[in-house]
Design a protein around this ligand. Structure first.
Ligand code: PLP
Length: 443
């Protein structure tokens, strides 16, 4: 992705002029199938009438009221809707404006909880390598992506990074899935013991890794073991579902499929579905009560917390998902999408792995299928593929390989939940032509 500082300096890019269901349309009238929704944002597609009407109505009625003085109907009703679906004991919601803010709030709440609870030595966060949790300094420190961190490392808090649960790259040939999951989870216990259990405040992970590895679910049993380890040592489990939450994997929350619940949960992208910038941090009643009955004040805040228009839009997004049974639809159409991806690309000489859940799929591109060796990052395979697909009228999200050679190129597909079967054919044909253009089987 180009992140050159805009003045709007992306003058070489087409101008997005309008949206129509699963399509974005540029100023020349060219239509692009939105196969990734930016990065897993546009779960309802574009131009959803209920959501745009909710935004207009709320703007007419009330645009802003500071949360230091007021709460509002949309914020309260949205919180109730989220809590009704939330796993485990999650019982309180803190609305922010996006994913990084949700992660920052989670890290600070974990720290404050331990202080309120009489354990001020707990200050250490453990996260995983090859992860992304946002670009603000706390979230960046938590992320394990070496390239994103590199120039800011002197500014980052000290966070330990253990291995992700990344079966394709890290399971030994002679290891069962269960043994691999147990070995990967054991790294957490080892790190807690190395640091000293009374020093560790939280473990942070994505249930399905999105932005760095292209939709990698953990193997069965991994998160159950992680939950046990956190409980044993009084370490809070923070799950980052900024990308994989809100129905994207075929469950409202991705961790539902792992049969566990976190102490703190972060959500964003699909919550506002691109119609408004909004994220949220959910926490258990126990954490909330520790703060409420202690200092009585979470030492955090932003001007636009619980913004009325953003919460009204998200309330309409959730209502739309519910009324149209979109989450069961994600499971059903997701299975067809998976089958189509496997049948078209599963045997491609440069496709090493296709993995994901629901409508959240990653394609790992390799120089050699047999040895799983990644492409040299200098070839910029993922970015070239993004460009070739874009020329074909398909938007997919590239994840470039890293210079350390440990992580190869990936492509993320996260189409809208309203995608139809004929559109699956459209995506596979366009992606097939893009792959042929960039990676002929001999390249
Ligand atoms: N966490 C995860 C897992 C993400 O994928 C992202 C964004 O891609 C973030 C956090 C940061 O979200 P935002 O870009 O809304 O700040």
């Amino acid at each position: 992705m180009s992140h050159v500082f805009p003045r709007h300096c992306h003058s070489d890019l087409p101008r997005a002029a309008s949206g129509d269901g699963c399509y974005l349309i540029d100023q020349t009238g060219k239509r692009y199938f939105d196969g990734s929704g930016g990065a897993a944002v546009s779960c309802l597609g574009h131009s959803n009438a209920r959501v745009t009407q909710a935004i207009k109505d709320q703007a007419d009625q009330l645009a802003f009221a500071h949360t230091g003085f007021f709460t509002t109907d949309p914020a309260e009703e949205l919180a109730d809707m989220l809590i009704a679906e939330a796993p485990g004991d999650l019982d309180r919601v803190y609305f922010v404006s996006g994913g990084s803010e949700a992660v920052e709030a989670a890290i600070k709440l974990a720290r404050q909880y331990h202080i309120e609870n009489g354990q001020p030595k707990r200050r250490h966060l453990i996260a995983r390598r090859q992860s992304y949790h946002g670009n603000t300094l706390g979230a960046l420190a938590a992320g394990g992506n070496a390239w994103r961190r590199a120039q800011f490392s002197p500014l980052l808090i000290d966070v330990s990074h253990i291995s992700p649960c990344y079966e394709y790259a890290e399971r030994h040939d002679d290891e069962t899935l269960a043994a691999y999951g147990a070995r990967a989870a054991q790294e957490l216990e080892d790190e807690i013991l190395r640091l000293g259990p009374d020093q560790v405040m939280a473990f942070l992970a994505e249930p399905v890794v999105g932005a760095t590895l292209g939709a990698v679910p953990a193997v069965e049993g991994y998160f159950a073991r992680i939950r046990e380890i956190c409980d044993r040592y009084g370490v809070l489990l923070i799950l980052d579902e900024v990308m994989c939450g809100m129905g994207r994997t075929g469950h409202m929350f991705a961790c539902d499929a792992d049969g566990i619940a976190p102490d703190i949960l972060c959500i964003a992208k699909g919550l506002g579905a691109g119609y408004q910038p909004i994220g949220a941090m959910l926490c258990t009643r126990g954490i909330y009560d520790a703060v409420a009955s202690g200092t009585g004040f979470f030492q955090h805040g932003h001007t636009y917390l619980g913004h009325p228009i953003a919460t009204a839009a998200a309330r309409a997004v959730l209502q739309e998902m519910k009324d149209n049974a979109l989450i069961p639809r994600v499971r059903q159409i997701g299975a067809t999408f998976e089958a189509a991806l496997q049948s078209h690309f599963g045997q491609h000489a440069h496709v090493g792995d296709i993995r994901g859940r629901g409508l959240f799929w990653g394609i790992e591109l390799v120089a050699e299928r047999e040895t799983r060796i990644p492409f040299d990052p200098a070839h910029r395979v993922a970015n070239r593929l993004k460009k070739a697909a874009f020329n074909e009228g398909l938007i997919c999200y590239p994840m470039p390989g890293t210079r350390d050679g440990k992580v190869g190129d990936h492509l993320l597909l996260a189409p809208p939940f309203i995608m139809t079967e004929p559109q699956i054919d459209e995506v596979t044909s366009k992606l097939g032509r893009a792959l042929d253009c960039v990676l002929s089987p001999k390249s």
